[in-house]
Design a protein around this ligand. Sequence first.
Ligand code: AHR
Length: 518
Amino acid sequence: MRSVSSLLAIMLFLGTAWARDAIEVGVDTAHPGPKLDRHVFGQFAEDLGTGLYGGIWVGRDSPIPNTRGIRNDVVAALKELHVPVVRWPGGCFADEYHWQDGIGPAAARRPQPNYNWGGVLESNQFGTDEFMDFAQQIGTEAYISVNVGSGTVKEAADWMQYMTADAGSAWGQQRAANGHPAPYRVAMLGLGNESWDCGGHMSAAEYGFRLKLYARFVHNWNKEQRMQRVAVGPGGPKTEDYAESVMKIWHDNADWDWDLEGMSLHSYTVGKWPPSWPATHFGESDYARSLAETLKMDGLIRTNSAIMDRYDPQKKISLVVDEWGAWLAPTPGSPSGFLQQQNSQRDAVLAALNLNIFSRHADRVRNANIAQMVNVLQAMILTDGPKMILTPTYHVFRLYVPFQDAAILPVKYAAGSYSVGDFNLPRVDVIAARTQDGKIAVAITNVDAGQPATVEVDLGKVTAKSAVGETLAAAKVDAVNSFDSPKTVVPKRVIVPVQAGRVTLTVPPASVTVLTTQ
Ligand code: AHR
């Protein structure tokens, strides 16, 4: 048996070895960059599978504790994330949604089959007023996608009147009769969804024609809320011309009496279609493959930003990444079209890498919505009847709350490399920002699944005595929280002294750490 002193010597040696390999990160606190808009931490809740029904809406008579039909546990968990905006009702669903089916007394709602998502019957019990109630309960803004595919301009204009006009107008009166006299606020309006695909298989020119009509005639009547109109932008391959077309229409018609404030970009980490990458029981090679794929988000944003810059060098129009995340093989036995998947530590790292990419493009990417919020794709929350679990991705979004509306600070470091087979990745990924209350926040992702990383962060002239935060790590990259074991992947508190403006810490393999100076 080794003596305690020799063990200590080995530990000291390892400590020195790590320290020698330490990654030096310089944070330039004197030159803050653009604000990382809190809307980059937005969510997406489509009428799909159990994303709404079961996940958010259980109905007023449910034994699951609820407020006006909306489950209390989910609301409480989401409040912790300070969700800035929620996109609803789709997605592909939006282009088949007829909002008048979902207003008024419960018995008068008109059930419709959900063509896109398993053909199940949509009861329409969760409609506009329920969504607005949900948004108010979690304290978020509404991002409404109108039906450009199978709807009409008038239907969309009437919907906006129902939501935002005062009670003197016909649809405002109807809203008041349904129990909501005060106009709602709509912060963002999506003018269609994936019009190159499920939104109607339109060419860029065909969509451009409709875009002009919807942008011109679908008005926001609530003057207390500035509303951003978001055009459909590119998504998969062969849709790049959407960016060019949307931006040209906007640029060439600056004298018209309508405007645009955003163009969307959709990009999933999916590999080949149909999605088959495992959500559970995978190894380091799958882990590295998913992360290599997800890092392509940076190139996609660069390509589309370059197109936007040609028409809009002042960056008036936001690139709205309103669908992103891991789209994996569905949970075995789950209903077809429900897009249910587990969520692992790998997905937590994947989420952090994407948030970091958005932060590096904060001047153009001012909105993003992860797909999706509850029970669908890379979800924050999974529910099963009365049970609810928080996923590793949820924890990343909570750790990143200090970055909402924070000023991005330039960072300099040599990331090193982490290679698995053909996949070469940066070993670490770091961002820093000055928070709204003047602290410095640093997020460190150790991408390397095999080795811890020692990071020395130079914060310059700070008076802070310590940096406090949390680390999200797990024993394995495919570790998940399950209904039987809901706390397998949970963050641990970290407190590190700040000495002469420097913070040194060793972070575990495949982990996400966020620290804020105190
Ligand atoms: O998020 C699931 C689906 O992915 C959305 O409905 C659609 O817009 C995209 O293809």
